[in-house]
Design a protein around this ligand. Structure first.
Ligand code: UD1
Length: 369
């Protein structure tokens, strides 16, 4: 297979990063991963090796340390694109430690943009954004399209994603060689079908599926279903749960798109791109070098539907109780992923039962404590 070029993956040993490394290699890209193991371990590299059959290029680096990060670009001058996963992602923790979140999520991004502009062979960046930028959309925006209004997030985590989109879109306007694709993820779940890699939550899981699998494994006594009095059919919150491998594949498509686009600002301008009405990023959109996609299945599932779906798919029962609402939760949000389908040729295809089985298979490889 023809080598499609060297891609830098920040946060390469993280949950979505590690799955994306696999899909990039499967698609013919060469990768160099970086991570500081803040929320992952070097063992993930062994899991990746078991799947792809070789050690990937990897540097242990904190992307918020400019000098250390710069060395990666000196060592690998042929980078043609970057996917920026490296970030902290716990909403509650971000409220207690805002500076940690702004330093990790914003400074690392500033460093990446600067280094991609100055040192990389081509400045293409795919950014891990989140559906959190929409807050709680009004019913008329469900399923939510990319053109829905953005709402200021109450958490530093959410704000850091919005700031990052602002920084990237301003940078696209200022730097004619830079092309950016911001991918707004809904709720990624599941693990690689080999179960050599998956989600490794630190301590007590905050996210629903790791909590379900740990409870099913007997590590937790019961799952708290946070609220059954929401204005939804069964009263529990609704989310768009997307298989992490499907999500990883979307990154390949996003890179293919950026690498396939004309790099020169002039040619992009000649396309006479008109920004969507009320776009928060009109100048960036008009440059033809700024793209935003929702990555979800297009289908909302309630917490209770997911719990029952897990029991049905795996045959493993576990205890759950209805608990009070969790502060800061939005009631319901799911994606309109039709833009990604139309422009990237991507669609989340894996049935939810298979996804939940993969999460369970992964859980069974983890220590039972
Ligand atoms: C949120 C953000 C998402 C962000 C993620 C980071 C929104 C809509 N989503 O995901 O963008 O990337 O945080 O972690 O802002 N639940 C339980 N019991 C549990 C755990 C969760 O009932 O023990 C429920 C929650 O109330 C929620 C659903 O499960 O309704 C999903 O929760 P979670 O997996 O934590 O993800 P979000 O909060 O949706």
């Amino acid at each position: 297979m023809k080598n499609k070029g060297l891609i830098l993956i920040t946060g390469a040993t993280g949950y979505i990063g590690s799955h994306t490394v696999i899909e990039l290699i499967n698609a013919g890209y060469d990768v160099v991963g970086v991570d500081n193991f803040y929320n992952s371990t070097a063992k993930v590299l062994d899991g990746i090796k078991k799947i792809v059959g070789f050690n990937i290029k990897f540097e242990e680096v904190d992307c918020s340390d400019y000098k250390a990060f710069e060395k990666v670009f000196v060592k690998y001058p042929n980078i043609v694109g970057a996917i920026h996963f490296a970030a902290c992602k716990a909403v509650g923790e971000s409220i207690e430690k805002p500076l940690l979140y702004y330093r990790n999520n914003i400074v690392s991004l500033l460093n990446l943009i600067d280094l991609m502009n100055k040192k990389a062979k081509q400045a293409n960046i795919v950014f891990s954004s989140s559906c959190t930028v929409y807050g709680q959309p009004s019913k008329k925006y469900l399923p939510i399209p990319e053109t829905a209004p953005l709402v200021k997030s109450p958490s530093p985590y959410g704000k850091s994603k919005q700031m990052a989109e602002d920084i990237l879109s301003d940078s696209v306007v200022a730097f004619p060689e830079l092309k950016v694709c911001a991918l707004r993820y809904f709720n990624p779940i599941g693990a690689h079908p080999t179960a050599y890699i998956g989600e490794l939550p630190n301590g007590v899981p905050m996210n629903l599926v790791p909590f379900i699998t740990q409870t099913a494994a007997g590590i937790r006594d019961h799952l708290n279903v946070f609220g059954d009095d929401y204005n939804t059919p069964d009263g529990s919150c609704i989310r768009d749960y997307i298989y992490v491998v499907d999500l990883a594949k979307a990154h390949v498509k996003a890179l293919d798109k950026l690498l396939g686009e004309e790099p020169e600002a002039k040619k992009a301008a000649a396309k006479k791109i008109v920004a969507a009405k009320n776009s928060p990023y009109p100048a960036a959109e008009a440059s033809g070098r700024w793209f935003v996609y929702n990555l979800g299945t297009g289908k909302g599932l309630s917490v209770l539907q997911l719990v029952k779906g897990f029991i049905k798919a795996t045959g493993v029962k576990f205890n759950y109780v209805i608990a009070p609402r969790r502060k800061g939760d939005v009631e319901q949000v799911w994606a309109d992923p039709s833009k990604a389908k139309k422009e990237l040729g991507w669609k989340a295809a894996t049935p939810i039962a298979e996804v939940l089985k993969s999460a369970w298979k992964w859980q069974q490889t983890l220590p039972k404590k």
